[in-house]
Write a protein that binds this ligand. Structure first.
Ligand SMILES: C[S@@+](CC[C@H](N)C(=O)[O-])C[C@H]1O[C@@H](n2cnc3c(N)ncnc32)[C@H](O)[C@@H]1O
Length: 214
């Protein structure tokens, strides 16, 4: 799943992961992260998710990261933002009121460029990446954010029936990536209506990750 795969998906409008409404699990479970009022939420691999608008509407600041110019252009239009655009390192920064979107490869984003964040919201980010990249991604996310709390939405299904993305990420795998630094709490598991792409039953899981104190 290299950059050209994703650029092609945006250019050909094959964005089946994009939800037409704010994710209900975000609405139900965001408060459990205890983000301070006005806090800054990092949304890795953000696409043009409506979830960013919901976070802004609740008074939070948002920092997103995504590969695609098309996605960020559509996102800004959707939010009614005319962004200022600048270059930071290898990335471009689209900035509006209370929102920063870093466009380019997330692996080119650093802690210094991102700045402080109070929480991470990962929906369809970890599960978008093949296994070897998930190892790199989770390590990078920890370094980027100083282990700020996360909500992670993942899928569980039979990977032998459907090839990802989205990939199936088991509880064991999530613990393998994160339990050295975070305590993991499963907040909910819900059936994916119609299963994964209509091909096999699937569950959607939402986890809260809190930095370990020792
Ligand atoms: C499955 S989509 C999820 C988008 C969004 N989180 C949502 O819920 O709608 C994955 C997104 O990650 C972006 N992406 C993939 N690899 C990336 C990378 N290395 N750096 C930044 N963004 C990336 C893709 O362009 C795509 O928009």
């Amino acid at each position: 799943m290299d950059a050209s795969f994703w650029h092609n998906r945006w250019q050909t409008n094959q964005t089946g992961w994009h939800e037409p409404a704010v994710n209900p699990l975000l609405i139900t479970h965001f408060s459990s992260l205890n983000v301070p009022p006005g806090g800054r939420v990092f949304v890795p691999l953000c696409g043009k998710s409506l979830d960013l608008g919901w976070l802004l509407s609740r008074g939070y600041a948002v920092a997103g990261a995504g590969l695609s110019d098309l996605a960020v252009t559509q996102l800004c239009a959707q939010l009614g933002i005319e962004p200022s655009i600048s270059t930071v390192g290898k990335l471009r920064l689209f900035r509006g009121e209370k929102i920063d979107i870093f466009v380019g490869d997330i692996f080119d984003l650093s802690h210094e460029i991102l700045g402080p964040v109070d929480a991470i919201y990962d929906r369809a980010a970890l599960v978008a990446l093949p296994k070897a990249m998930r190892v790199q991604y989770t390590a990078h996310l920890k370094a980027l954010t100083a282990l700020t709390p996360q909500l992670v939405i993942s899928y569980g299904y039979d990977q032998t029936i459907v090839a990802g993305p989205p990939f199936s990420v088991t509880s064991d795998e999530l613990h393998h990536h994160y339990s050295d630094s975070y305590a993991l709490t499963l907040l909910a598991r819900v059936d994916v209506p119609g299963g994964l792409k209509g091909k096999c039953p699937a569950m959607e899981h939402i986890w809260r990750l809190d930095k370990r104190l020792n």
